[in-house]
Design a protein. Structure first.
Length: 94
């Protein structure tokens, strides 16, 4: 359960920072900086957890046998919910 919560918050932070920098500055350079900062924050905060932050990475781990079908479903569900939550947050802020 801890991995799914970390997956949600890590993906949420990643999506939120990307959306804020793009919405606020609307330039590719700001978006690139936002991606780098959020990725570093995620790596520092969640390096002890087994999180993917990307459905394609989760799918590849499943195909490699690292993840079970149960993990695949819950990780992708957490990633999807985090993306929707970040979008809703941006819509409320802006």
């Amino acid at each position: 359960m801890q991995n799914y919560v970390a997956e949600f918050f890590g993906t949420y932070i990643l999506c939120l920072v990307i959306l804020v920098t793009y919405k606020q500055y609307n330039t590719w350079s700001a978006q690139t900086i936002g991606i780098m900062i959020s990725t570093l924050a995620i790596l520092i905060l969640f390096s002890r957890n087994d999180s993917d932050f990307n459905p394609v990475v989760t799918l590849m781990y499943y195909l490699d046998g690292v993840r079970t079908i149960h993990d695949l479903i819950y990780f992708i569900f957490a990633q999807f919910l985090a993306g929707v939550a970040a979008y809703v947050t941006i819509r409320v802020i802006f």
